[in-house]
Write a protein that binds this ligand. Structure first.
Ligand code: NAG
Ligand code: NAG
Ligand code: NAG
Ligand code: NAG
Ligand code: NAG
Ligand code: NAG
Ligand code: NAG
Ligand code: NAG
Ligand code: NAG
Ligand code: NAG
Ligand code: NAG
Ligand code: NAG
Length: 549
């Protein structure tokens, strides 16, 4: 659109809202924050629900109307907030939100979701828009908390929206809106998501290699058919509550401590952080109740010790085929997520009820080992992101960074190893170096699911969901907003300048969730299969004392 048309629009708009013009004073051509700026690029089944101008320093979101993301980001930069409604079929619809900042960096960033939650992820969008990105996120086609999957019952269309269609459509339509709003081509498009968000990113790369130039995916719940059935299976190991093999959740901290005692030193430095969990097989007989001297209030029976072996063990089909790998030693502090409730986790139970079998009466006791194969064959919503040929993404110059916390007690870290290994085999004929030219995978010792730590491990590197645990106005890595400590900035450098991401430095603070307290530890994360090694001389808590090998 010609410049004078913009000026004319500005005059009309300015007459109505004079105060905003002052705010726009420092820009030459302020885009008007109203639906006329982009409505004409929307396809027929797409409509605008809401457009709001947000002044600098304000908050935005839907509050408690957003069941999954009720907390709003605060201290936003000046921006235009848009909510778009997409009728995806006669029986489904999804919405997505956009933050269009006045000070735009010419790039887009799409954020993913968590669990089965339905809601626009305004909180992460708040972190992203502070870099200058035009950010977007979809509600994935329903309005629910993370473990509520009843919206999927007998509705293949809502399943498809959650599976891939809402992300794909939002990115496609969102990019059109951005380019029309700013009257400029987008220079680069990025993605950032963890857990379900990791799955969503991988899925989009697999079905639409052109969507993103750079992709950040963490703790990816990519293998929906096998992971969500594994969640049921692992839950049954510790049930019912009255069984002699049942371990009460109150035991998990003591078990975690014992595993650190046994496994920590195998990585070359005793710092309370298990960096090489695969080299360790926890031996709980030292906590056995029949052993002399063992604390009888914190001991395990032989039957309970068998339960731990099953939880760490891989889930295999009768013929030995790997269905899903087990939990890694060191994640016991998070075991309550899949073990020790009075039923299996909702991610397993409700997946079976509402996604797989469409049978609300299905009980966890009904689980049997035909489930993973059945789920893989049916794959409701086409949600499983098991495409291993990433050549189309690679060939157009795409770059991807994947990571996984080794103390993840919800989505086993070894599931990411599995995805990486299969990509190496399928895309690069087994040559890991060739895969690393466009796709790198970083393990994060001591980090739980998507962020946080129970063992004071460096865990924050500006991945999704991480900023919000430091405050509703937080973004990047506070005090360390640079490409060495912020993985999103590192990814941008790789995409835009070809600066290969050799390592990323993770940070934690005295109080691990309070960045106002002093930095406690910083340490590089290394591209798998490399691991961080202490140089044996320097300060263990300083990043400079470590290298990748
Ligand atoms: C989501 O559902 C809740 C409770 O049923 C309702 O209060 C809220 O308005 C809904 N939110 C949206 C965005 O529709
Ligand atoms: C619009 O509706 C049609 C028909 O229902 C559907 O095929 C298409 O995917 C929808 N568009 C989007 C962006 O979802
Ligand atoms: C965005 O692109 C414009 C040119 O279209 C350029 O002047 C500006 O510096 C760019 N901004 C950034 C942050 O790259
Ligand atoms: C089981 O664990 C829960 C949660 O930690 C705790 O409230 C409860 O007292 C424990 N029960 C027993 C018998 O230890
Ligand atoms: C024994 O275990 C209980 C429960 O974990 C704990 O409260 C108590 O302090 C322990 N006793 C000793 C002597 O370590
Ligand atoms: C399981 O526990 C929850 C809360 O602790 C309770 O609401 C629910 O009724 C229990 N379910 C069964 C099957 O006992
Ligand atoms: C396994 O579970 C499914 C779903 O509950 C059920 O339809 C099937 O009959 C079960 N198979 C066996 C052998 O029990
Ligand atoms: C799932 O995706 C595949 C590949 O794009 C397609 O062939 C298949 O029809 C889809 N299935 C469903 C149930 O949507
Ligand atoms: C693996 O790929 C790298 C990078 O493309 C290449 O330099 C190397 O020769 C390959 N190695 C083998 C064994 O093919
Ligand atoms: C974030 O916002 C929520 C709800 O508005 C509030 O309860 C919480 O205290 C805030 N957290 C921080 C760290 O500011
Ligand atoms: C690319 O390199 C230039 C020159 O060093 C630097 O100014 C710019 O910030 C880099 N861009 C990114 C995205 O890292
Ligand atoms: C950090 O965690 C502690 C303990 O869980 C909590 O009380 C505190 O509010 C958290 N602080 C922030 C900034 O979220």
């Amino acid at each position: 659109m010609a410049r004078n048309a913009w000026s004319a629009r500005l005059l009309i708009w300015a007459a109505v809202v004079p105060i905003l013009v002052t705010a726009f004073g420092r820009r030459d051509v302020p885009p008007a924050c109203d639906d006329h700026s982009f409505m004409h690029v929307l396809p027929p089944n797409v409509s605008i629900e809401k457009v709001d101008f947000v002044e600098s320093g304000n908050t935005y979101g839907e509050g408690s109307r957003n069941l999954n993301y009720p907390v709003q980001p605060t201290n936003l930069p000046e921006l235009c907030a848009v909510t778009i409604f997409v009728k995806s079929s006669s029986k489904s619809a999804y919405r997505f939100g956009l933050f269009l900042p006045v000070d735009w960096n010419n790039r887009t960033l799409a954020y993913g979701n968590g669990g089965f939650g339905g809601g626009i992820n305004w909180l992460d969008m708040g972190a992203g828009v502070k870099y200058g990105f035009a950010v977007l996120s979809t509600d994935t086609g329903h309005n629910s908390t993370s473990g509520d999957i009843s919206w999927a019952l007998n509705n293949p269309e809502t399943k498809t929206d959650w599976g891939w269609r809402a992300v794909h459509g939002s990115v496609e339509i969102g990019k059109k809106v951005v380019e029309e709003y700013y009257k400029k081509k987008i220079d680069y498009s990025y993605y950032s998501g963890c857990s379900t968000g990791g799955r969503q990113g991988l899925k989009e790369v697999q079905i639409s290699p052109d969507s993103f130039d750079g992709v950040l995916v963490g703790s990816a719940a990519w293998y929906t058919s096998h992971l969500n059935t594994w969640v049921s299976k692992v839950g049954t190991y510790n049930l019912p509550l009255t069984a002699p093999n049942h371990i009460n959740a109150s035991m998990f901290p003591a078990m975690a401590k014992e595993v650190v005692r046994q496994c920590d030193r195998l990585d070359g430095v005793e710092d309370g952080i298990i960096s090489a969990p695969d080299e360790c097989t926890p031996d709980y007989t030292v906590m056995a109740c029949n052993r002399p001297g063992v604390n009888q209030s914190a001991c395990l029976t032989a039957a309970q010790i068998e339960t731990t072996k099953k939880a760490y063990g891989d889930y295999r089909a009768a013929d030995g085929t790997l269905l899903y790998p087990g939990l890694s030693p060191g994640c016991e502090n998070q075991w309550s997520l899949v073990l020790s409730q009075n039923m299996t986790s909702l991610y397993g139970l409700n997946y079976a009820r509402y996604f797989l079998y469409d049978d609300p009466d299905w009980q966890w006791q009904d689980y049997n080992d035909s489930a993973p194969e059945y789920a893989a064959r049916k794959d409701p919503g086409n949600a499983t992101a098991d495409g291993y040929d990433l050549a189309p993404f690679r060939d157009r110059g795409g770059k991807m960074i994947m990571y996984h916390g080794l103390a993840d007690g919800l989505v086993p870290a070894k599931g990411s190893d599995l995805y990486w290994d299969r990509v190496v085999r399928t895309t690069s004929g087994g040559n890991a170096t060739a895969t690393q030219a466009f796709f790198r995978y970083f393990t994060v010792p001591g980090m739980g699911h998507c962020g946080g730590t129970a063992v004071d491990a460096p865990w924050n590197f500006a991945a999704p969901f991480q900023a919000s645990s430091l405050g509703n106005d937080s973004w990047s890595v506070p005090g360390h907003r640079d490409a060495r400590h912020d993985v999103l900035l590192a990814l941008m450098g790789w995409v835009e300048n070809g600066t290969v991401v050799e390592d990323v430095v993770a940070t934690t603070w005295d109080m691990s969730n309070d960045s106002a307290t002093p930095v406690l530890k910083q340490r590089p994360l290394c591209p798998y299969p490399a691991t961080a090694r202490w140089d044996g001389r320097g300060e263990v808590d300083a990043e400079g004392s470590w290298g990748c090998e």
